[in-house]
Design a protein around this ligand. Structure first.
Ligand code: ADP
Ligand code: ADP
Length: 225
């Protein structure tokens, strides 16, 4: 059954209609959300997370009601935003521990899990340094770790490979694949980079000008490009 089901979602900002009648189902596995800048990807993600209200339409996310159950939804989802979001002066391990604490994990357990996840993400001694001194790649790893520290069943990753060199990109895509195949996590991976989708996704959703153009298995995309 679908993890996310949206019906006829419209989202208008003052002068723009960012989403214009979106019907969407997200299935288990890794789904790529592909679309150019301005397509409405971030708006769609914020609606799924219950961070903004729809103008009209309805939906369900992981068995919860859209927006009204926002807090419950966010506890079930690991979200890696596109922007950096951390308190200046924190070390990598503190950022990940803090993210865990926000989800209700007790501090010592959040610290233990933080170290475990940073090991998995390939952050070594750097974890004790101020995050402001990190390279882009290292910051992406910590953001990814912070998103998964509370062991969410569903991950939403917004442009996770941006700013990574080819080797780091490969490593991150591998980690996402491992979380899916070995830990049973489902993932919505938002990107404008076609090869990211082709490399690890099971399904693909194409969003353009606020409308869904395709929602199908990856093979169907590969037959059209
Ligand atoms: P994407 O993530 O695919 O780049 P967005 O959801 O960020 O797309 O944006 C979709 C459209 O909505 C764009 O035209 C953008 O300028 C507009 N938009 C996004 N957020 C806001 C906002 N807070 N206020 C006004 N317009 C917005
Ligand atoms: P409040 O209701 O106090 O304003 P929020 O609704 O901002 O709090 O946050 C409630 C929960 O959602 C917290 O666990 C927080 O970590 C999480 N959260 C806040 N913003 C986001 C986000 N952008 N993505 C995912 N989770 C978020």
């Amino acid at each position: 059954s679908s993890l996310i089901q949206l019906e006829n979602i419209v989202k208008s900002y003052r002068s723009t209609t960012a989403l214009n009648g979106v019907d969407l189902s997200v299935e288990p596995g890794i789904t790529g959300l592909l679309g150019p800048n301005g397509a409405g990807k971030s708006t769609l993600i914020k609606i799924i997370l219950g961070l903004i209200r729809v103008t009209s339409g309805s939906g369900e996310v992981l068995g919860c009601r859209l927006y009204r159950d926002g807090r419950r939804i966010r506890n079930k989802i690991g979200y890696m935003p596109e922007d950096d979001c951390y308190i200046p002066g924190m070390s990598g391990i503190e950022v990940v521990q803090f993210a865990g604490s926000l989800s209700g994990i007790p501090p010592t357990e959040a610290l233990r899990r933080g170290h475990e996840i940073l090991d998995f993400c390939g952050v070594k001694q750097e974890r004790y340094r101020n995050i402001e001194t990190y390279s882009t790649g290292m910051r992406q790893k910590v953001k990814f770790a912070a998103a998964i520290v509370h062991d969410p069943e569903f991950l939403i990753l917004d442009e996770p490979t941006s700013g990574l060199d080819p080797e780091e990109r490969e490593a991150l895509l591998n980690r996402i694949k491992i979380l899916s195949t070995q830990n049973g996590k489902s993932v919505l991976l938002s990107t404008h980079i076609l090869p990211d989708v082709q490399q690890i996704c099971d399904r693909v959703i194409i969003l353009a000008k606020g409308q869904i153009k395709l929602n199908d298995r990856l093979e169907v995309l590969n037959q059209t490009v």
